[in-house]
Design a protein around this ligand. Sequence first.
Ligand SMILES: [Zn+2]
Length: 220
Amino acid sequence: MIDETHFSESEPDDVAIDERSEASAYVHEIDESFEVDKPRIERAVREILLAIGENPEREGLLETPARVARMYAELFQGLNQDPAKHLQKFFTEKYDSMVIVRDVEFHSMCEHHLLPFSGKVHIGYIPQGRVVGLSKLARVVETVSRRPQLQERMTETIADLLKNELGALGVGVVVEATHSCMTLRGVKKPGSYCVTSAMKGTFRSNAKTRAEFLNLALKK
Ligand SMILES: [Zn+2]
């Protein structure tokens, strides 16, 4: 995907069979007691080294499988964490205008290549009594991004969480990212951004609300 903008306007009941609805249909059963099997990753990394014709016994590579196992455990730790719990501590506020949090940085791993993609998330919502702190939104973004991930699914997941957990009247999420699977290999398009968005509630039904959000979120 090069410089594409996806406006996701599909709600669960107007199902369109496209890439996105398949992507958002995927649900991983969260098991908070799960522990990453690091020895298994170590064996696999050793296999990769052998498969590319390297010698895993040479000095520089001796610790690599263990290092990669620790790194993967960290990069994928969000897979078995429930992001909703960060939204369960909210303030009760009689504020009913748009709240926008821009430029929340994230780093994730593309599930197609296991290569990083990173960028920024912009979040807007119109509260219905429940407001959360900036750090909680950043925690949600972090948990959702530390998984084998697709940018489209990540965008939808964050929007759904805000809509469902905060009961917000409307939610808009825009994610801008560069994918190293596009810059390092294949079509090699450095500098291209992939932009995805998800609009829920009033952000979906009201063009003015949506325009106000996009204008403030994407202002450079
Ligand atoms: Zn990829």
